[in-house]
Design a protein around this ligand. Structure first.
Ligand SMILES: [Zn+2]
Length: 413
């Protein structure tokens, strides 16, 4: 990824103008294998839509019988300051950009060169914010989490609460998108078949709303860069011309490379690095490659069975004490630590990584939800006398002005 960024810097003279410096490289960095796409003239989608064991479940997501797959999305918004805690309206706008591209509803399709118009595809894939989380609790599909980390590298640490990030939701059922202050690249994605805990897309905070997510989602559905990440390489799609490397900026006219003549490079394809204003299309071949993930044995077949877009019923809401059942053994935030645990007479609440808790009141609740102690956090390590508590399970809970809550379990012996 550093090489890509360096190249980009050399060519454009600036990364500040770079709409796209995607660091996704090759395929299946985790060592998996993508089944080669074989063009049959019949979209692989038909296997899901018209027959096979997947037909029944797939139909749940078919709007008006058109065979559209709708993918439940969760955004993990990791913020170190209030400005990075993006407004929901911006996140929703980003989904409009994504859906517009994947449904070929962009107003500028007229700008697609004549030679490529016939292969430009409505990919018939849509994206919606999840309405139910993996434990069937209602959600708006946005996880917001303060992090003490100011700059992130392309090292997947944002995908784990233990390293200041946010844990993935079941990647077989959701598209996880982490938004954080990526220092070196615009974004990157896993490929189908990569490790589940790291499966998803990472996007730089300042680029939410741009077409970077369209490009990364192409990767998430198995697409490679047009140049196959090597000089005149193969992207394993038949209807994208061979291309020597990525295209910076916003060119016009025919730009042939790799010994080809007209119609030249397809630099208006979302899987190039062209500026947003000039990105216009996916191809039928790319569509078929993306859809091949959803056949019954496909690497993203689980998305078809996701209940992430089915509202949670009231009787599925967890009982008191189960509010954080996704990972009940882990604290909600890595920023607050309790020790010793179990504790006998003194419990230390350590907010060392997140000093926004200084001056805030925290409460201790028993398992009946009754408040048994309150304390104001006066230092990064606050000792609380718990001598008078009966032995048992308790929760330390607190709340920030922005609604962010913490809830951490401890045992009194
Ligand atoms: Zn890329």
């Amino acid at each position: 990824m550093r090489i890509i960024l360096l190249l980009f810097t050399l060519i454009t003279g600036s990364v500040a103008h770079a709409q796209l410096a995607c660091s996704t490289q090759g395929q299946n960095r985790q060592g998996g294998v993508i089944t080669p796409f074989i063009s049959t003239g019949t979209p692989a989608a038909d296997a899901v839509v018209n027959g096979g064991s997947g037909a029944g479940t797939a139909s749940r997501y078919m709007g008006d019988g058109k065979g559209v797959i709708t993918i439940p999305v969760v955004f993990h918004i990791l913020y170190n300051n209030a400005g990075q805690n993006l407004d929901e309206s911006l996140i929703r706008q980003q989904l409009v950009v994504l859906n517009t591209a994947f449904r070929k509803k962009n107003a500028d399709t007229a700008n697609i060169p004549e030679a490529f118009k016939s292969v430009a595809a409505d990919c018939e894939i849509e994206f919606k914010l999840a309405v139910a989380d993996p434990l069937r609790r209602s959600t708006n599909g946005i996880v917001r989490k303060y992090t003490s980390i100011k700059n992130w590298l392309d090292d997947d640490k944002m995908k784990f609460a233990a390293s200041g990030g946010s844990d993935a939701w079941d990647a077989t059922r959701y598209l996880n998108i982490w938004v954080c202050n990526l220092a070196l690249s615009s974004g990157y994605s896993s490929f189908p078949g990569d490790a589940a805990a790291k499966d998803g897309i990472v996007l730089r905070t300042g680029l939410v709303g741009s077409k970077v997510l369209v490009h990364e989602t192409g990767h998430w559905l198995g697409l490679k860069h047009l140049w196959g990440d090597t000089y005149c390489g193969d992207d394993q799609v038949d209807d994208t011309p061979k291309q020597s490397t990525f295209t910076p900026g916003c060119p016009t006219g025919v730009r042939p490379s790799c010994g080809g003549g007209a119609p030249g490079d397809m630099y208006m394809n979302y899987m190039d690095f062209t500026s947003d204003a000039c990105l216009l299309m996916f191809t039928q071949g790319q569509k078929a490659r993306m859809w091949s993930n959803f056949v019954t044995s496909g690497k993203r077949a689980g998305i078809i069975d996701s209940k992430g877009l089915t509202p949670a019923a009231n009787d599925e809401i967890p009982l008191p004490g189960e509010e954080n059942p996704q990972k009940p053994e882990e604290p909600v935030t890595a920023a607050l630590k309790l020790y010793p645990n179990p504790a006998i007479n003194r419990l230390t609440v350590d907010v060392g990584a997140d000093d926004r808790w200084l001056g805030k009141t925290i409460s201790i609740y028993n398992t009946n939800g009754e408040q048994v102690l309150r304390s104001i956090i006066n230092g990064k390590q606050q000792a609380i006398d718990i001598t008078r508590l009966l032995p048992g399970l308790y929760f330390v809970a607190g709340k920030q002005e922005n609604g962010e809550q913490i809830r951490v379990k401890f045992i009194k012996n």
